[in-house]
Ligand binder design. Sequence first.
Ligand code: DUC
Ligand code: ZN
Ligand code: ZN
Ligand code: ZN
Length: 488
Amino acid sequence: SSSKILIKGGTVVNAHHQEITDVYVENGIIVAVKPNIKVGDDVTVLDATGKYVMPGGIDPHTHLAMEFMGTETIDDFFSGQAAALAGGTTMHIDFVIPVNGSLSAGFKAYERKANNSCMDYGFHMAITKWDEVVAEEMEIMVKEKGINSFKFFMAYKGSLMISDELLLEGFKRCKSFGALAMVHAENGDAVFEGQKRMIELGITGPEGHALSRPPMLEGEATSRAIRLANFVNVPLYVVHVMSIDAMEEIAKARKSGQRVIGEPVVSGLILDDSGLWAPDFVTAAKYVMSPPIRASGHNKALQAALSSGVLQLVGTDHCTFTSTQKSFGIDDFRKIPNGVNGIEERMHLLWDTMVESGKISPTDYVQLTSTECARIFNIYPRKGAILAGSDADIIILDPNSSFEITARSHHSRVDTNVYEGMKGKGKVEVTIAGGRIVWENDQLKVVPGSGKYIEMPPFSYLFEGIEKADAKYLSSLQAPVKRFNSTT
Ligand code: DUC
Ligand code: ZN
Ligand code: ZN
Ligand code: ZN
């Protein structure tokens, strides 16, 4: 590692433009992007001829050191981030889970969890119950703590799920201070009913997980969330879009001009549900996440939606549990901790599946792995770009080199990998995070505590013109009143 780095002769890719040029980095910041930069001997020079130089990936959806379903994810901030860096991701946004419903206590707990970070990170806040105190604390999170997004749960009946009434309250609250409302969109009442059905039928294995919560329940909740967001005129972000059913609702809303963002995750784009029927429990259980990984066909449709712009950015929902933890549900799929890996694999799998296959261009790839996330969460162009003045979070990818995924050599602490045995073209050879070379020659050189908390300000581009639209709506309500008055 070095505080001065020159990347020579690579194809520098931003979301809307690529060209062969040099990139010079000093003290964690990109200082210059231009051809033929000359430097002294105190500068580390990386030859990127024939390779792509791109903004480090930003994973908008992770769960590190999360307590969930009676246990805690095996990856903490340090191990999850180290894995991320080995796979070309240089920033992630994790979900703060409130402590006994308290947002500020949750925030404090996550500050502690993240203090050994080796890469930059931001926070969303999960809303796990709703009352006046929570509504008050939301404002503190936005104005003082750098959080500009809140996730509401339409599933997990009896614990996290909130009613439509409270969802509307939450949406209005988000809108009042320019925070983005996010939803986990599955119909929790129907999931509960579906689970009962499976248990009554004696289907207790991991396949029961998928059968109990089919795509229609994701489609229904996605449609409801979109319509409620439209009703109060607030931008909406749908996390982990796993099905055609949900994607089509998003497509329809966007076509009508509504501000809806759809985030597919790598597992939903790449895998299908066949693994859930594996005869061996541990193999099948590793695929259990919510919403479930769908039948073959949904994955290809989500890929197409990503290439056409119906879906805008890709996350992972990285949320890892060991085989031992997954075995808590050996007699009952409802007790299998939900979650799959992906923070390390996202950049490679997307390059191979989307760019190498010709579905999208390298500039599109940068857009949906980094730039769009930075824009939505209002940290562009500090993040998500290779421009003078941006943070030096950079990857060098060799399109002619190849990768192979296996739990034997991955950097996450989990003992399995849902992408076990997958191979592809395009390998991240160098990762630079905060101006340090942290991944080179298949070696990690990570420094605990070097990662910074990135505050995300409210009112991203998604809020532009919202007030005008509200005013227009109000004035449209005046018209019939006037007409009535004029006849008297
Ligand atoms: N789904 C998961 O699979 N894990 C964490 C939370 C969630 O909604
Ligand atoms: Zn140019
Ligand atoms: Zn979720
Ligand atoms: Zn999640």
